[in-house]
Design a protein around this ligand. Structure first.
Ligand SMILES: [Zn+2]
Ligand SMILES: [Zn+2]
Length: 335
């Protein structure tokens, strides 16, 4: 029976999951952000101003959803600026009205006018290590957030910095602000984390601080309606794909054949936990409907014997080289 890997039911909503406004160090007000993103077909923006959790529910209406969120960071000390490694995490709240988090941060609060007094008074730890980050992620999850790991390339982080992180919801494979300033992210950390057996979702975001960082990377979220809890559930389930251009209109599997409907593409490929991929490349006309036979891969993969838990994920590349990434599907998710 046909299994839809991106749900068949519902609507796609375009989402920018990383945004800075005048509430922290961005140039655009929250109102201008809504206006500019709405104009370009977006329905969702997560307002992730640095270190502060400021709901913008007043902007939410039938065409637009503001997600309550924040970006927190942890900076290595002792080196000159520019050589400092840093962890940046986005915390997305399940509760649209949430205004506080007690997740640790190694940085003093920058925007006191938006910060409750006890958070200002808190003696923030100055450590920088995986253990602190994992405690932070765990605490954030307890407090009703799900957590993304942002722009590892710009953060000058390597495998050793992220491979032991636990409880992440997503990792940025594209960050427009970083890309346009010379630090392009890739899906490498995503695959590294997936190969630990953890489900982590691919993210493409803007991290916009001004108009130069806008409209380059987004999620297409499949949800029944544009309503806070419904969209948050879809995000947490991974009912979305990330993109810098192409559309994935359908992704389903039946009898080991992966079926993809997409906007015109130069190539479509499935990559896996192993050094094994299956590609389809356009010859005469761009690809828009593709069947990829996974039977050999599925046959070769045995969850019991594998040293790495088997998964596959889809990438669609258009004529301009822009990419769309499905999330990874572990084989135990298949019917
Ligand atoms: Zn950041
Ligand atoms: Zn940011």
């Amino acid at each position: 029976m046909k299994q839809y890997l991106i749900p068949e039911q519902g609507n796609f909503y375009k989402a920018n999951m990383h945004m800075h406004t005048t509430v922290s160090d961005g140039r655009m007000t929250p109102e201008e952000t809504k206006e500019e993103y709405l104009k370009r077909g977006y329905s969702i923006v997560a307002f992730t101003d640095h270190q502060v959790l400021v709901p913008h529910n007043d902007l939410t209406d039938e065409n637009f959803l503001a997600i309550t969120s924040t970006e927190i960071d942890f900076n290595q000390t002792g080196n000159a600026y520019g050589f400092i490694k840093t962890y940046h995490l986005n915390l997305y709240s399940r509760d649209p009205n949430q205004t506080r988090y007690s997740a640790f941060t190694a940085k003093k609060v920058q925007y006191p006018e938006y910060t409750p007094q006890d958070m200002l008074d808190y003696n923030y730890p100055k450590d920088y290590d995986v253990e602190l980050i994992n405690r932070t992620i765990e605490k954030a999850r307890e407090e009703g957030f799900f957590v993304s790991y942002n722009h590892p390339v710009w953060s000058t982080q390597t495998y050793a910095d992220y491979i032991d992180l636990k409880g992440l919801w997503g990792v940025e494979c594209h960050n427009t602000g970083c890309d346009r300033t010379g630090y392009p992210d890739t899906p490498q950390p995503l695959d590294d984390l997936l190969r630990t057996g953890a489900q982590v979702f691919p993210l493409a975001t803007d991290d916009a601080h001004n108009m130069n960082h806008c409209f380059g990377g987004w999620l297409m979220v499949k949800a029944e309606k544009l309503e806070y809890a419904t969209v948050i559930d879809a995000l947490e389930r991974g009912d979305f794909y990330a993109s810098t251009g192409p559309e994935i209109k359908e992704l389903s599997i039946e009898n080991g054949i992966l079926h993809v409907e997409c906007s015109p593409a130069r190539s479509v490929f499935v990559s896996t936990e192993r050094r094994m991929s299956i590609q389809k490349n356009a010859t005469d006309a761009p690809l828009t409907s593709v069947d990829i036979d996974l039977n050999k891969y599925l046959c070769d993969s045995n969850n019991d014997k594998a040293t790495v838990k088997p998964y596959f994920r889809l990438t669609v590349v258009d004529g301009a080289g822009m990419r769309a990434y499905s999330r990874a599907y572990f084989l135990d998710e298949l019917n």
